[in-house]
Design a protein around this ligand. Structure first.
Ligand SMILES: [Zn+2]
Length: 69
């Protein structure tokens, strides 16, 4: 009978920063230089295989722009 190792695949996110920008695309562009990657502590690294390449980037509006600007 075959034997299986089963893995749970999780996702995680790390806030890179906050940027005032015209739109999401510009905010993503501005954040590029600040992306420093992620690391696990020694204990977590024994349990979790972390893919250190970001899976995707996402910009969420946290404050509305001033409409009179
Ligand atoms: Zn840890």
């Amino acid at each position: 009978m075959p034997k299986y190792a089963v893995y749970a695949i999780y996702t995680a996110s790390k806030k890179i920063g906050e940027y005032e920008a015209d739109d999401e695309d510009q905010a993503l562009e501005m954040s590029e230089a600040d992306e420093e990657g992620v690391m696990l502590c020694h204990q977590c690294a024994g349990e979790i295989d972390l893919n250190t390449d970001p899976w995707k980037f996402e910009a969420n509006e946290i404050e509305p722009g001033d409409k009179d600007e």
